[in-house]
Design a protein around this ligand. Structure first.
Ligand code: PLP
Length: 400
């Protein structure tokens, strides 16, 4: 452990609010799937910074786009036109397909805040003043701001911060009867992650999303997908809903959008988006030229590298390998996910210890609660890197 690391941990303990339980490593450099700590030790990253650097670390095209724009113009506000913002909006609408409009935020929580405000504004205009409720799923995660925390279906994250904003109802995932029952006249929207990420990688079934679409259409309300984690080719398609063939009215994005630069977005069908009037919503930093240049370079590189196809192929190989490990060891009770968004449930509460042991062996992975491990590598991940993961994981589970 170097002197710099010791100084950093001391400063962290003294001067940061204690909101994060950090792991005992300081990363100083990255390239593709690889991270390097302050001692020069190499790690394989199966987290992408929690589903963010889909292109891999320090992608040169993104670095070049950011630095070129930094040297030209960094910020002027949303009161003026700037380069890249409109081109990016057009690009996102192209990926979404059909007529839609975009609002740019700085994060996933802010994108969801925007979607919640839009749904309420639309619901009141369409169905009357009391039509403001939003139905979300148990175990969902939509952010840490007060409204998105209220939308989140995890009481353990909410209780310390009550009272939370009213107007959110939670239903069990993949239970269509429960969803139908929750859709009372005061509900304006259903908000779902197509695959729950922070909750531990729990996919919606095809039947559930199709049924949710049908129910929303029957009631004349909005179906909104939180694609903050599933977006930008993580599950194979540009957005996870495209893999399901179930189109939302509103979609939120962030994480993988600019390969690590902070940006988020709300997309909505034009007739819904037009519920927002000038002055209804805004952001100082949202849609600035530097992050928009980074996002355009990111989308170009994701498409040129056909990384969605790689995510589908290598993700299937990873799930197969994990199934093999489950059969061989009995230590894994379930393998879930799509593309390179994969989770496993262990037969014992050793997820934290297993992730710590893997980190010591040079592989970075995420634990959820006591018995779930998650794998969200950059979409450039190869089958050889999956083989390395499987070897280290097998030992880590065995030792824990
Ligand atoms: C599905 C989903 N929605 C929203 C968020 C919140 O995003 P952010 O941390 O950028 O506010 C996350 C973050 O993990 C997420 O996974």
């Amino acid at each position: 452990m170097g002197e710099t690391f010791a100084r950093t941990t001391a400063l962290d303990a003294a001067f940061h609010m204690h909101t994060y339980a950090r792991k005992p490593v300081m990363f100083v450099r990255g390239s593709g799937m690889r991270l390097y700590d302050d001692d020069g030790r190499e790690y394989l990253d199966f987290t992408s910074g929690i589903g963010v650097v889909n292109l891999g670390h320090a992608h040169p095209a993104v670095a070049a786009a950011v630095s070129a724009q930094m040297e030209r113009l960094v910020h002027v506000s949303n009161l003026f036109y700037v380069e890249h913002r409109d081109e990016l909006a057009e690009r996102l609408v192209g990926l979404f397909g059909g007529d839609a409009r975009v609002f740019f935020s700085n994060s996933g929580a802010e994108a969801n805040e925007g979607a919640i405000k839009l749904a309420r504004r639309w619901g009141k205009a369409r169905h009357g003043e009391t039509c403001t409720k939003i139905v979300t799923a148990e175990r969902s995660f939509h952010g840490r701001t007060l409204a998105t925390l209220a939308a989140t279906g995890q009481p353990s994250k909410q209780e310390a911060f009550e009272p939370l904003p009213a107007g959110f109802v939670h239903v069990p995932l993949n239970d269509l009867a429960a969803l139908a029952e929750a859709l009372t006249d005061d509900v304006c929207a259903v908000l779902l992650e197509p695959i729950q990420g922070e909750g531990g990688v729990f996919p919606c079934t095809h039947e559930y999303l199709t049924g949710a679409r049908r129910l929303c259409d029957e009631r004349g309300i909005l179906l909104m997908f939180d694609e903050v984690q599933t977006g930008f080719f993580r599950t194979g398609a540009a957005f996870a809903w495209q893999g399901y063939g179930v189109r939302p009215d509103v979609m939120t994005l962030a994480k993988g959008m600019a390969n690590g630069m902070p940006i988020g977005a709300v997309l909505a069908q034009c007739d819904v988006a037009d519920a927002f009037q000038p002055g209804d919503h805004g952001s100082t930093f949202g849609g600035g030229p530097v992050v928009c240049a980074a996002a355009l370079a990111t989308i170009d590189a994701l498409e040129e590298g056909r990384l969605g196809e790689n995510a589908g192929r290598v993700g299937a190989y990873l799930r197969e390998g994990l199934e093999g490990l489950a059969a061989a060891t009995g230590a894994i009770t379930e393998v879930r996910g799509c593309g390179l968004m994969v989770g496993i449930t262990l037969n014992r509460p050793v997820a934290v210890a297993a992730a710590a042991s893997a980190l010591e062996s040079g592989v970075v992975m995420l634990s959820v609660g006591d018995s779930i491990l998650r794998f969200l590598p950059p979409l450039v991940c190869s089958t050889a890197e999956v083989d390395t993961l499987l070897g280290i994981l097998s030992a880590a589970i065995g030792d824990s």
